[in-house]
Ligand binder design. Structure first.
Ligand SMILES: C[S@@+](CC[C@H](N)C(=O)[O-])C[C@H]1O[C@@H](n2cnc3c(N)ncnc32)[C@H](O)[C@@H]1O
Ligand code: SF4
Length: 393
């Protein structure tokens, strides 16, 4: 399948507050000390969007993604102001996707309807686990029953539904996980994200692991769970399209898929990141993380120029996580003017030959992709493939 580089622009909106901080999470999210001023937040997002529009000029808008933090804590009126400001600022595609991440402990049926009426057309629910004890151990503020109730409502209210699960939790057995995933699938919509629990520095989980209070799963069990997950999800009609993301064909998250394929996206809100192609080149953008400072009047983000090679390497790191891999044609269209015509040019030729020989990578004129065996070793594989200088061909 030929594929052109994604030309639309995408908007990421960061909402920084959570009701409680989960023990594993190092996202830019905070428990607010006092109530926030919804009108001030709405006005600050509008100002940030206007400033971003000043930088991007007119662009086709493919998606808006409210992430966090817990954007389902934001008043629907704030969400509505952001959607309207985005629709005014850019030219929305007819199939504009507007996703919002919702924590099941923060929404009721009327709240979900209000979010839909504010313009959200895709809900991503933080389910995390369908095992009550593990859910509590993760430090979540909701029960499994609450998750199920929210998913039932959401099925009726939103056309497009996803939820997040965290697997490879301490003590999890492959058999228990298979049973849990089967139960979760009874509530699934078109899309599910399944992350391996990772120990992030500075989190309560990392302190528990360091002190020996918690033991993470061994590699073999983790690998078995990972393999089982891919098989079960494929059999359930939602094969992996990215390492942690599973969807019915055509129901992929358009926002994330576009970003993984290298599209431009702007970030608004504290700690929001972006990647913008401007007349002067391509830039990584980063907002300062402090919500209290940001809401008083968003300071402009820091813009860091990215060299063509940095862009191409970043592109390949993301693309190799996708089942489709790094496709040759969009890569050529994107980077030929910078002297790079084929993804293989950036890869270490010995590492590439070895990975192909071991059946971990498929490589040809149409692109480079990890095989089922390769996906299991992706981090090591990507590091080795992209290790070293560019190889002239
Ligand atoms: C911003 S949160 C989603 C929305 C909302 N804050 C919630 O938790 O309900 C993004 C997702 O990242 C995943 N996540 C966060 N920290 C993780 C970790 N240390 N290991 C694995 N997954 C993690 C969780 O599945 C979480 O739902
Ligand atoms: S996982 Fe979600 S709810 Fe929990 S602290 Fe992180 S952002 Fe907040």
């Amino acid at each position: 399948m030929t594929q052109s580089p994604e030309t639309a622009f995408h908007l990421y909106v960061h909402w920084p507050y959570c009701r409680a901080k989960c023990g594993y999470c190092d996202f830019a999210s905070f428990v607010p000390k006092r109530a926030w001023d919804a009108a001030a937040w709405g006005a600050a997002y509008e100002a940030d969007i206007a400033a971003l529009r000043g930088r991007t000029g007119s662009r086709e808008l493919g998606s808006v993604f409210f992430g966090g933090g817990t954007p389902s804590l934001a008043e629907p009126a704030v969400i509505g102001r952001v959607v309207e400001a985005a629709l005014r600022a850019w030219e929305p595609r007819a199939d504009l996707e507007v996703t919002l991440e919702a924590n099941p402990g923060t929404v009721d049926k009327a709240g979900l309807r209000a979010l839909r009426d504010a313009g959200v057309n895709r809900l991503s629910v933080g389910a995390q686990s369908f095992d009550p004890e593990d859910l509590a151990r993760l430090g979540r503020i909701h029960s499994v029953d609450e998750t199920k109730r929210v998913l039932d409502w959401a099925h009726h209210i939103f056309d497009r539904l996803s939820f997040d699960l965290i697997t490879a939790r301490p003590g999890l057995t492959p058999a228990a996980w298979r049973a849990e995933l089967a139960e979760a699938l009874e509530f699934a919509g078109e899309h599910v994200s399944i992350y391996q629990l990772t120990v992030e520095d500075g989190t309560p989980l990392s302190r528990d692991v360091a002190a020996g209070r918690v033991t993470m799963l061994d590699e073999d069990t983790e690998a078995e769970i990972f393999e089982d997950t891919r098989q079960i999800m494929a059999e359930a009609g939602r094969p992996a399209y990215e390492v942690s993301n599973f969807a019915r064909p055509g129901a992929e998250c358009r926002h994330n898929l576009a970003i993984w394929r290298g599209a431009d996206y702007g970030g608004v809100g504290p700690a929001a990141h972006g990647r913008l192609t401007l007349e002067e080149g391509r830039f990584a953008t980063r907002h300062a993380p402090d919500p209290a400072a940001w809401v008083k009047g968003p300071p402009p983000p820091r813009l860091e120029p990215l060299s063509a090679e940095e862009r191409a390497r970043e592109h390949l790191m993301m693309a190799l996580r996708l089942t489709e891999g790094a496709r040759a044609e969009p890569f050529r269209l994107r980077f030929a003017a910078d002297g790079m015509a084929d993804p293989r040019e950036l890869m270490n030729p010995d590492a590439l030959a070895e990975a192909v020989g071991l059946g971990l990578i498929e490589s040809g004129e149409d692109g480079v992709r990890a095989t089922e065996q390769g996906v299991m070793l992706l981090n090591t594989l990507t590091a080795r493939l992209l290790d070293g200088e560019r190889t002239p061909r």
